[in-house]
Design a protein around this ligand. Structure first.
Ligand code: SF4
Length: 288
């Protein structure tokens, strides 16, 4: 159980350039799933926290009241739920901040997109089925247990996420499975097309090697898969190898998508023009 704090915020609709809404709504600060690769843990607000990422959740108790006021003032057409937290993390069952926000969005006719990985979203089907939920991007990956426990120990397991994705679709909602992150040498993204044969479109994202957490992420992967040391060393230090590697993954996914008559997109993080990641040269790993 995470440490809970109740906080008041000054506004809830924050402008965004993400492209999935004019504003983002985050009913919590923090996320009890606490994924090691979460980019939010190092953003300018959360990085000031002394508690470890995943061990705390701040509940923005006045979020629903503010939302109603701000909708009247800002008149948004589409918003994005959950850009820096999972709105459907288990804690909302007790405090219902997300539930109240959805109820308000429905009432004012504001459309919303959702980012989540939580099967708890099934408990909100009544609210989500009122015609204003545009798309649910549901994060999934088929990480083997030995690496899942290191990278996202507290997040929901693969099968419960698959089941949730299918049930959301059966309920008539528009769901896009979002396979992320693809871990080189570990993930098997191609299988998702046959695991979810009824989904027309699946989106993918590669591991972000420029993440500020990459040292810890890479250490966790190599601890579980020592034979991947060379691969990660090269991906972290040779830009041309990096580009060729991901091009190969893209082509494999493209071939599989074509074979299964699916649409797909894949996001590979760009490296800076000057390749500055020298983690392997300052780490305790020996170059092989
Ligand atoms: S579920 Fe999403 S927001 Fe929560 S820790 Fe994981 S990546 Fe971050």
């Amino acid at each position: 159980m995470p440490q809970i704090k109740f906080v008041k915020i000054s506004h809830i609709l924050n402008p965004t350039s993400i492209g999935l809404g004019e504003y983002v709504i985050n009913p919590f600060l923090g996320c009890e799933y606490g994924c090691l690769y979460c980019y939010v843990k190092t953003n300018k607000v959360t990085s000031k926290k002394i508690e470890p990422w995943g061990s705390f959740v701040e509940i923005r108790v006045n979020a629903p009241r503010l939302l109603e006021k701000e909708i009247l003032k800002k008149r948004p057409k589409v918003v994005l739920m959950g850009s820096t937290t999972d709105c459907f993390q288990p804690i909302d069952k007790s405090y219902k901040i997300t539930a109240s926000c959805l109820e308000i969005l429905n009432r004012y006719g504001v459309y919303y997109n959702i980012l989540t990985r939580s099967p708890n979203i099934l408990e909100y089907l009544g609210l989500l089925s009122q015609g204003f939920c545009k798309t649910i991007y549901f994060t999934i990956n088929n990480l083997p247990e030995r690496i899942k426990t290191k990278l996202e120990n507290k997040s929901p397991d693969y099968l419960s996420r698959i089941e949730a994705i299918k049930r959301l679709k059966d309920a008539g909602l528009n769901v896009i499975p979002y396979f992320s992150p693809i871990l080189p040498g570990v993930s098997n993204p191609k299988d998702i097309f046959t695991t979810l044969p009824d989904f027309k479109r699946i989106e993918f994202e590669g591991l972000n090697f420029m993440s500020t957490n990459i040292k810890a992420i890479t250490e966790a992967i190599i601890e579980s898969y020592p034979s991947l040391g060379t691969l990660y060393q090269r991906l972290s230090s040779e830009e041309s190898f990096y580009n060729i590697y991901w091009e190969k993954i893209k082509n494999q996914i493209k071939t599989e998508a074509k074979k299964n008559n699916k649409e797909f997109s894949i996001y590979i993080h760009k490296l800076s023009s000057f390749f500055t990641n020298n983690y392997f040269y300052s780490s305790t790993y020996e170059q092989i």
